[in-house]
Design a protein around this ligand. Structure first.
Ligand SMILES: [Zn+2]
Length: 111
């Protein structure tokens, strides 16, 4: 009989990631400064900040929400690196792309 495969935990965030020429470091902070932000990328500082708590409601984000906003910022960072600044301002596009990227990463198995 086959043992049922354990569900894999959601991928945790890396501490560093290279996007083009930039080596970003990832800071998980309590809350973001700008109201309504869950995360933000700072190309000049080569930093991606991800919040653990909403600065609107004070509510803790689920790990999955934190991962989602991290990959959302990665899409922004990639578009920035590509010089696609107009596309980068299109939050609808970034969100739709990031949702698919997050699902692809979550479903990936190396076995
Ligand atoms: Zn965004």
């Amino acid at each position: 009989m086959y043992a049922k495969r354990k569900a894999q935990p959601p991928p945790q965030l890396p501490t560093r990631i290279r996007i083009g020429k930039r080596l970003y470091s990832i800071d998980v902070v309590e809350t973001m400064i700008n109201k309504g932000d869950m995360a933000r990328h700072y190309p000049a500082l080569q930093k991606i900040r991800v919040a653990q708590r909403s600065n609107l409601t004070g509510k803790r984000f689920k790990q999955e929400e934190i991962n989602d906003s991290f990959w959302h910022e990665i899409v922004h960072a990639i578009l920035h690196d590509m010089g696609q600044h107009e596309l980068n301002k299109d939050e609808k596009f970034v969100t739709a792309f990031a949702n698919r990227l997050t699902k692809a990463i979550k479903s990936a198995r190396f076995e």
